[in-house]
Design a protein around this ligand. Structure first.
Ligand code: MEV
Length: 318
């Protein structure tokens, strides 16, 4: 018998990744074409809570799992938040979000589990403050993100938990931003798995070696983010193209692009994209390209030809 369920979308960083770790702003948006879903069912009496993550091929018995196991950690944190002792539940998670590609698969799986547990608790016990607010979901997922990423900025859990485009500055409440006119992005998966933890750590080491240079790069990215926010608000998304190119060039200078992402960006631009940049941790994962309706098919085709594993077309602000 199903006791509860939860869902969370994927995400893309539109502008500002990496610099956001250092207090600069970022713009991020949910991608609802892909999602993680969790379902809670009653398990055998005395079995405790188990999580079955189909796509990861992982089955975790929470009572036996290590402290840093992310699936067990999200369950423990959520049960503690709800004030529940471990129930005999079986949680099944499925996700269509590509793993280690910069689309927030880990954070979305966590958010789906948090929501499913809260939903099940809501039907079984008299617990106040349910359903959980986006802020509460985000805070729980952030604790788990720290296990995956070390020192994440919090942008991924925020956009996934709030499920709306956000202007994000580390340590501040997220601000929704106005989208004057929707715009379309092609999201191309390079097929190269690139854990965010590693690129974030590499940027940290480079910043420690050359603080003035990297702070200047972060400041330039912050200027791009502010200009992009203004262009989006006044409904001039075409102005985003050159800003995406500029953001990509700055990320390249920071050492988080790679030849495959540069090739995808070049292919998208040559096919008529208005601009393109890597999105997320970099050195693999995703590239996003701004497309107009008349060039969309060409750009998607060019990205596939240039090696993209798959391409998702999404509208921001629709
Ligand atoms: C990853 O989606 C975004 C990064 O800026 C890391 C972070 O913000 O924690 C690379």
């Amino acid at each position: 018998m199903q006791l509860g369920s939860g869902r969370a979308p994927g995400k893309i960083i539109l502008f500002g990744e990496h610099a956001v770790v250092y207090g600069r702003p970022a713009l991020a948006a949910p991608v609802t074409q892909v999602a993680a879903e969790a379902v809670v069912e009653q398990g055998p009496r005395g079995a405790g809570l188990t999580v079955w993550a189909e796509d990861l091929g992982q089955q975790v018995a929470v009572r036996d799992a290590a402290a840093d196991d992310p699936l067990a950690a999200v369950v423990r944190l959520t049960l503690a938040h709800l004030g529940l002792a471990e129930p005999d539940w079986r949680v099944t998670v499925r996700s269509t979000i590509p793993i280690a590609s910069g689309m927030g698969s880990g954070a979305a799986v966590s958010a789906a589990i948090v929501r499913a547990l809260a939903d099940a608790a809501n039907t079984q016990y008299p617990i106040p403050n349910l359903p959980l607010s986006p802020g509460a979901v985000s805070a729980l997922v952030y604790e788990v993100e720290k296990l995956h990423h070390g020192a994440p900025s919090g942008v991924d859990n925020t956009v996934i938990a709030y499920e709306q485009p956000v202007y994000f500055v580390r340590g501040q409440p997220p601000q929704p931003f106005t989208i004057g006119r929707p715009f379309t992005l092609a999201i191309a998966d390079s097929g190269i798995a690139s854990p965010t933890r590693i690129t974030v750590e590499d940027v940290r080491q480079a910043w420690e070696r050359e603080p003035a240079h990297f702070d200047a790069l972060f400041d330039q990215i912050a200027d791009v983010v502010e200009a992009a926010r203004d262009a989006i608000a006044v409904g001039e998304p075409d102005a985003l193209g050159p800003l995406m190119d500029e953001n990509h060039a700055l990320l390249r200078e920071m050492g988080v692009s790679c030849p495959e992402l540069d090739a995808l960006a070049a292919a998208a631009r040559a096919a008529g994209a208005l601009g393109a940049k890597l999105s997320g941790g970099g050195r693999g994962g995703n590239l996003i390209a701004l497309v107009a309706p008349e060039t969309m098919d060409w750009v998607v085709m060019a990205l596939r030809k240039a090696g993209a594993l798959h391409v998702i077309v999404t509208q921001v602000g629709a």
